[in-house]
Design a protein around this ligand. Structure first.
Ligand SMILES: Nc1nc2c(ncn2[C@@H]2O[C@H](COP(=O)(O)OP(=O)(O)OP(=O)(O)O)[C@@H](O)[C@H]2O)c(=O)[nH]1
Ligand SMILES: [Mg+2]
Length: 430
């Protein structure tokens, strides 16, 4: 479903040549340019584009006017004419002027990595929140790129903007986009408020929350489905999931927790998109435990893990208790140069389709969530401490002993670290 007229129209009929410019700056970056280009191929195919071929240029610096060198533009023109391409997709972000210049010189639709990702998100967004977030990201991307009277303006379609008296079309378009951005932001604020209320209710109910995060296509939704029999969309394509889905997960002890699936991450995730999806991603910050799902079979495994760690850091979720799940171990190539990860306290090697592995996973989640059990001897008149003990975990036993109350509590590690430490002085000595 397309929800706006601002998307880039990458439909089934797009036949594209993919272009990457490798500068020393790109090489210094965290992503390997070849891997990145391969990922661009996957992204393009996910968006329904037929990829004809790829082209790479090594150059000292990007060209201000053309992005790639002028000679390379000629080469690209000959190639796209020969292959009958309709589109050129660039692996790096282009400026508005570069898009216009290339469009005119090549007579092709010009798209960059960010637009391609935004387009996939636009195709995938199903819920009201997801749709708003994608539109917000698209408009934020578009706004600074609106300049001059090039073809770019026609991208706006008829969705917004009518010419006001005495104003140029461009100014009107800009103003309408700004208005729309501020409208979307206030709608989103409302959604966020609801979400926060909902989350607080869940928190008060004392049910612990576990969030699945990871690189796109790592197997997060598969795990949600296998662990909870949830009817969720699983697909061997990038960004199958956009909206967080939560389900009850029963642990081996019989206790239930909430397991939430989230949008996948990718390298060079457009900044506007992260900003727009912040509301959704902040769900991760509320989790009692973060499950970082990794595709062990990917040749880009370490890069992908670094991307996920970086985004978790940006979200302020680095300090959360974390379990790294090396998934798809059935596809792991033992002869590969990558080291086989080992099971440890904070890591688990599994296949999402192996029942034994899933049981181990549920046991490990249980262990990570349940802190130690402690018995506190609290003076009966200290209602504040008794209330605190109840808030810091699950009280499994209660007994009166003279003027004291003995409470045995299965501690929630995180709550205990935050405020439960006040109870430390009252731990019953064995
Ligand atoms: N062989 C194998 N395939 C798996 C395993 N886990 C998941 N997959 C496959 O990997 C693909 C992606 O799975 P998803 O669960 O959609 O991945 P995701 O992390 O939710 O991806 P996004 O929603 O795009 O971020 C699907 O084709 C799954 O069937 C596994 O342990 N082994
Ligand atoms: Mg998914």
């Amino acid at each position: 479903m397309r929800q706006t007229t601002y998307d880039t129209d990458t439909d089934l009929h797009d036949r594209a040549v993919l272009v990457s410019l490798v500068t020393p700056e790109v090489k210094r970056g965290s992503a390997d340019p070849e891997h990145s280009l391969q990922e661009l191929v996957n992204l393009a195919e996910t968006a329904g584009v037929e990829v004809l071929t790829t082209m790479t240029q090594n150059k000292e610096a990007r060209d201000t006017k053309w992005f790639i060198g002028k000679g390379k533009v000629e080469e690209l023109k000959a190639l796209t004419e020969e292959l009958g391409a309709t589109t050129a997709i660039f692996d790096q972000e282009l400026s508005g002027a570069q898009v216009r210049n290339l469009e005119e010189a090549l007579d092709l639709k010009i798209i960059d990595r960010t637009q391609l990702i935004l387009d996939i998100f636009a195709q995938r967004a199903k819920t009201r929140e997801g749709i708003i977030q994608v539109e917000l990201a698209q408009l934020s991307y578009l706004l600074p790129r609106l300049s001059g009277h090039g073809k770019n303006l026609s991208r706006l379609g008829g969705g917004i903007g009518t010419r006001g008296p005495g104003e140029t079309k461009l100014e009107t378009d800009r103003r309408h986009i700004r208005d729309r951005i501020s409208d979307l932001k206030s709608v989103l604020d409302e959604v966020v408020r609801h979400r926060t209320l909902h989350r607080e209710r869940r928190r008060k109910s004392g049910v612990q929350q576990v969030a699945l995060v990871g690189y796109t296509n790592a197997g997060k939704s598969t795990l949600l489905r296998e662990l909870t029999s949830a009817d969720v969309y699983v697909e061997n394509q990038l960004f199958a999931t956009l909206d967080p889905t939560s389900r009850n997960l029963e642990l081996p002890s019989g206790k239930e927790v909430i397991l939430t699936d989230t949008v996948g991450f990718i390298q060079n995730l457009p900044h506007d998109l992260v900003a727009a999806f912040r509301a959704t991603l902040e769900e991760v910050c509320e989790a009692d435990l973060v499950l970082h799902v990794v595709d062990s079979s990917s040749p880009m495994r370490d890069e992908q893990m670094a991307v996920v760690d970086k985004i978790l850091g940006d979200l302020g979720a680095s300090d959360k208790p974390q379990l790294t799940i090396y998934n798809k171990i059935d596809l792991f190539n033992a002869d590969g140069s990558d080291l086989m990860p080992a099971n440890g306290q904070d890591t688990l090697v599994i296949s999402a389709f192996n029942a034994g592995d899933l049981l181990r996973l549920r046991e490990t989640i249980q262990n990570k969530l349940s802190g130690d059990t402690r018995t506190f001897v609290l003076p009966a008149e200290r209602g504040d401490l008794i209330a605190l003990a109840y808030r810091t975990g699950e009280v499994t036993h209660q007994e009166i002993d003279g003027d004291s109350l003995l409470l045995t509590v299965e501690l929630n590690k995180q709550d205990y670290e935050v405020h439960g430490y006040k109870l430390e002085a009252y731990i019953k000595q064995q």
